[in-house]
Ligand binder design. Sequence first.
Ligand SMILES: [Zn+2]
Length: 417
Amino acid sequence: MNADLLIHSAAQLCVIPGHAGGPQRGPRLGDLGLIADGAIAVAEGRIVAVGPSAEMRSQVTAKAEMDAAGRVVTPGFVDPHTHVVWAGDRAGEFELRLSGATYMQIMTTGGGIMSTVRATRAASLEQLMAETRPRLDRMLAHGTTTVEAKTGYGLTLGDELKQLEAIAHLNATHPIDLVPTFLAAHAVPDEFHEQPDAYVDLIVEEMLPAVARERLHRTPLFCDVFCEEGAFTLAQSRRILERAKALGFGLKIHADEFATLGGTALAVELGATSADHLVCTPPQEIALLGRSDTIAVALPGTPFGLGQSGYTPARALLEAGAALALATDCNPGTCWCESMPFILALACRALRLTPAQALAAATINAAYAVGLGDRIGSLEVGKQADILIHDVPDYRHLSYRFGTNPVAVVIKRGLVV
Ligand SMILES: [Zn+2]
């Protein structure tokens, strides 16, 4: 067999396969498909073979070889929930929170999301991309090869389209693949403060059809709603998501971060691709999620970033049979975290995941959370060659250690980046 690149002599090659053409569900999460002294062959940006090094070196003729030299090889991380496209920062708000103000207090006094909205509206497309690009560079350096990116700091049609344009342009020019999500329902903008339903009308009647028409993006294109006290009610969330579904958007929801409004049950009912946060999801909705195809996305960086002690009940979700994924939630207010390895380390401690579960939740299951489980997220033959070499001797070190970057080499579509 001919290949462009053969990576060999990995102490452990973690294939992390999908199960029956889907994510790794419930207690079966953590199937790494480990190959000791493993090798992987790539041709034209795709994976063409995986197996033990001795076998692969005798069977594969490669234009280039790379010695993984006793290190660990995994799929690239998929970060399935971020707000990475923004302008400005909220360091002052961080300091306020440390002195006792809550996230919701800050939000209702015009801080929080609205302060980033003002900065993002004021930024040109070029400025917005110039501020976002270094964040993507750091994500890539920490092993993220695909990232979901939400709008939601524009909150007018023009400013939301500007964010979508930034996502499309960055996707075309940066090695990271960006998956766009339309999140005009991130906050009710100040100008609609007295009449939030009129803003929902605007989203449903004007913004969603306009975004669907723009076709700036390849599929998938998602629509998301922040279903939360102080943001959007369950009824408003339903209106927006039902209209989005009718227009062909994939669906996501921010549910149960601070209050329980029924957003998780709504996600299951509407066949959403993912339900995210799930910090205070009640047992009956955990059971619903466990029987559904909706991926449960945990964002442990957010309670950590807020200095809170309540985390997603990951073990209960797994016991219910849910497919669990991990993401950074990278955003300027609650969690400016660009590192999936940090999220793995945190998930093992705060969510009680095993290192293998955290790794599978950040790769194959995260790929399903952005509708790309058939293309990325594992080192199975036929998938896009998004591959990491970590400078550790055993995959458990990826969660065991924290605060430094374990990623030594990032390969995107077969090329070292
Ligand atoms: Zn979010």
